[in-house]
Design a protein around this ligand. Sequence first.
Ligand code: MRU
Length: 384
Amino acid sequence: MAASALISIKTNDDKIEIVNQLLLPHITEYVEIDIIQDAHDAIKTMKIRGAPAIASLASLTFAQYLSRALRQEPLPDYFSSGGALKAHVQPLLDYLYTARPTAVNLGNATHRLTKKLDDAIAANEDARTIAQSLIEEGKLIAGEDVGRNKAMAKWGGDWLVSRVQPSTGKTLNVLTVCNTGSLATSGYGTALGLITYLHEVGQLDKAYFTQTAPYHQGSRLTALELKTLQIPSVMICDTMVGSLFQHHNIHAVAVGADRIAKNGDTANKIGTYNAAVLAARHKIPFIVVAPISTVDLNIDSGDQIPIEHRPPLEACLVRGAIYPQPSEGKVEQAQVMLTPFGLDGIYNPSFDVTPAELITAIVTEKGVAVKKDGENFFDLTPIV
Ligand code: MRU
């Protein structure tokens, strides 16, 4: 029987719950997202994270807000017209988009809802009908994620096997960074989806993953996902990528993305650029796996991607379970400071940008793009 994946967002009628990723891997606690402010706070504090997952949560919470409003008797005044509805809900969408700046999926989701709203107003629909179609759109944004993840995993996995395997005749070792699996999406994952697919079709030897300091998405979340899925894996510290490439046969690096510029420059979790430089040095294919909603055709290159800097304190702390655990029963968690108290001068960007030049292929649900010979940028037109 296939092992079941972890679930980042659970919805049941009118109830939305997320697994609090700050407590994983030792404590699995679902917290209810009741109002728009809850979703904003959960995204900002990284109780939920991963570009597609935060877009899904924002869309579902917006849908929940409207469906509750539609059940009120009497209907709130802002249902008097499409314009009044827009004046009320647009600030909510704008507010959700401010929760985290780098992942464009969040902005794409809120813009998609705004466009739906504007089109319906232009078509003179009444506010109730507009709200109904916004609810459907919000649910659709979250719901369509799993199918496209499976599609891109197959595109990318088959492409990799056809490119790498004939020359080696072996199953593949693939390194990934951060967490891009079920926890980072509505399900299955992007780069981790590709790795899962390779495992499912018997083409994976091992998944390697970096710890991904300072938030440790690798050692806390990817480790848990791979263990849950029973996929053979090896964790490395972030500093060990060069050594791994020197001493082990790694066939590819597969990463997710938070924003891909028109030329293919890609923002992803801090440390991705390091892995890409080392992969180029070792002639290891470097693959970005992300849905079309991660592509930002409004910007020409990675220089224009807004990079989130997290609070300096987050780079000074590790959180996890006390080891060894003092007693049986409830797992005891702790947060430990790694630095002198009151350290000044901490650099803590959450993402870096890998130039297109270092990327071998970009995969979306529509297919695989590679660069033309001699060019150091992508034409993403066929895959967006
Ligand atoms: O800060 P995070 O944990 O939200 O960063 C997540 C990443 O960088 C992922 O690689 C990216 O969002 C793709 S997730 C499918």
